[in-house]
Write a protein that binds this ligand. Structure first.
Ligand SMILES: NC(=O)c1ccc[n+]([C@@H]2O[C@H](COP(=O)([O-])OP(=O)(O)OC[C@H]3O[C@@H](n4cnc5c(N)ncnc54)[C@H](OP(=O)(O)O)[C@@H]3O)[C@@H](O)[C@H]2O)c1
Length: 257
């Protein structure tokens, strides 16, 4: 099995580069490409047993539609995209090869050990246990999920979460409340929150924008946020601290499930 050659489209940086490291550490031959470096897409499909798509969400459809038809039937086409319904559907529609969607639930700078990885084995062929083993060897926790279930969960874990971070950063921007002004007044909780907000705004804002906007369940999240904000606005305008406390106490049951 170690004779397997893997091509990572989008392997020059970010998650693709991280996955290349994981695979080479386990003895596999990996070819990384980007827009201007490495094998071309036809060369990657022609040469590799496994092709991994790890490009920005907005160009994922184009790359899958280009590489998919060139794939061998016995090969594996997989992706590392943060969303799964559409990428998995595109991989199934545009290739005859095995297809597994994959989403590592952490960034490229993190240790893999004890992190969650989701697999969507849509047309796995012989490849599912091969891929599972790679992640298990690195100490990750692997869960299989339907792409729809994955994206519903991501609407909360990433969509709602990062919408909240973006909201906080934008409001602070409007209020011109930069970190240097606020610094002497900060609490530990605020500093922890700001680390996350800063990461979202400064590391790779396009990734977070796409995680929110491309999720097929985004409308539901936005609807619930608007409803909640109106409810909060009413309570705040009425100076109804008791009502807000009651609302939070009632909702707290959700977190004990
Ligand atoms: N970053 C995370 O925390 C994270 C976590 C889990 C999953 N993901 C997913 O991983 C994927 C990649 O995200 P990332 O954060 O790793 O992105 P990134 O750091 O911006 O890297 C993108 C990679 O794609 C290549 N690329 C960009 N446009 C391309 C094109 N048109 N054709 C071929 N290659 C292209 C880039 O290569 P060149 O610059 O050399 O052209 C680079 O290697 C996304 O689907 C994202 O949802 C990200």
């Amino acid at each position: 099995m170690k004779k397997i050659e893997i091509g990572i489209i989008g392997g020059t940086r970010g998650m693709g580069k991280w996955f290349a490291g994981l695979l080479t550490d386990q003895g596999f031959t990996v070819h990384c490409s980007g827009r201007t470096s490495g094998l071309t897409i036809p060369e990657t499909a022609g040469r590799c047993d496994v092709v991994v798509v790890s490009v920005p969400i907005g160009v994922t459809a184009d790359i899958i539609k280009t590489v998919g038809p060139l794939m061998r039937k016995t090969a594996l086409l997989m992706d590392l995209t943060s969303l799964k319904e559409e990428p998995v559907r595109w991989m199934l529609e545009h290739s005859a090869s095995a297809v597994i969607g994959c989403h590592p639930l952490f960034g490229p700078q993190m240790e893999t050990k004890d992190q969650n990885v989701i697999l969507c084995p849509a047309r796995p062929g012989k490849w599912k246990s091969w891929l599972r083993t790679i992640f298990l060897n690195a100490g990750a926790r692997v869960t299989e999920a339907d792409p729809k279930r994955h994206d519903e969960m991501m609407a909360v874990v990433q969509g709602l979460n990062h919408l909240n971070n973006v909201m906080m950063g934008l409001v602070m921007g409007r209020m011109d409340a930069g970190p240097s002004d606020i610094d002497p007044f900060t609490t530990p909780v605020f500093r922890t929150k700001m680390e996350m907000v800063k990461k979202v705004f400064c590391d790779n804002p396009a990734l977070y924008a796409e995680i929110i906007i491309e999720n097929p369940h985004r409308d539901q999240i936005v609807k619930q946020c608007k409803k909640t904000l109106s409810q909060l606005e009413r309570l705040i305008q009425n100076k109804d601290a008791r009502g807000l406390t009651k609302l939070m106490e009632k909702t707290a049951a959700v977190f004990d499930k």
